[in-house]
Design a protein around this ligand. Sequence first.
Ligand SMILES: [Zn+2]
Length: 292
Amino acid sequence: MNMKTEKLYQNKEWLRGKYWDEGLPTRQIGAICKIDFRKILYWMKKYNIPRRSYSEAEKGKIISEETKRKISEACKGRIISERQRKNHSKRMKGEGNSMYGKHHSKEARDKIGEAHKGMILSEETKKKISEIKKGIHPSEETKRKISKAHKGKKFSKRHREKLSEARLGMIPWNKGKRCPQLGGVNAANWKGGISFLVDLIRTNIKYRQWRDDVFTRDNFICQGCGQIGNKLNAHHIKSFSSILQYYEITTMEEALNCEELFNINNGVTLCEECHSNTENFKNKKNIIIKRK
Ligand SMILES: [Zn+2]
């Protein structure tokens, strides 16, 4: 070969051979030709010689602690341009990332965890991370994995306090959402809900007033058998629970605003015995009491 060593890099085949067949890095090829590696890059580009991907270039490269320290030192305070950042991000994505499809070993994970311990993120960084994570939803498989990892795990008091703090002022996911399949008459515990509400209403002053009004109107006489006084009940002709269900009343506030519930014309004075014989007394279907 009579070509001068310095000019070898201008030979397409030689360059390709060194880079692809021998797998030499551009820095080394540059060293052979006694020129800067950037000149090698220039000629490779000129000849359309493809470059190894970032991950391939990094493959098997073991960086000593000393080098790492030097890199870290050199990078300190370095400001990366938007273009460089974008390029780097592009290189590190998907298959370009040396970790693509791989997983960190337990040891590596422990190391990362150790390194991140006590790390204080600036508000800006936190905001950025949150911004990136927005709209990213873990796959069902990932969710299962997270859930499995958390099973039986107890959060520390401090962690729980932090969680509660973070949730302060947060709007619950189900706030204002109506779940027709879960609420109202379809709810499995609907009857319990109604009887609870009925008990609640019975202790209310408005209910007591209604009862007294019914008694007064009926002169404290049982409208079934004519018994005067003794133990009297104010009976709802149209049952309490049916009114609540009809108007889909689920709260005390709604109940107090329901006119029909406190309509004196829907009430009748009955003695205990007559009351127990009404069709809707404790769900018993029996004789129908009509007001005289
Ligand atoms: Zn009676």
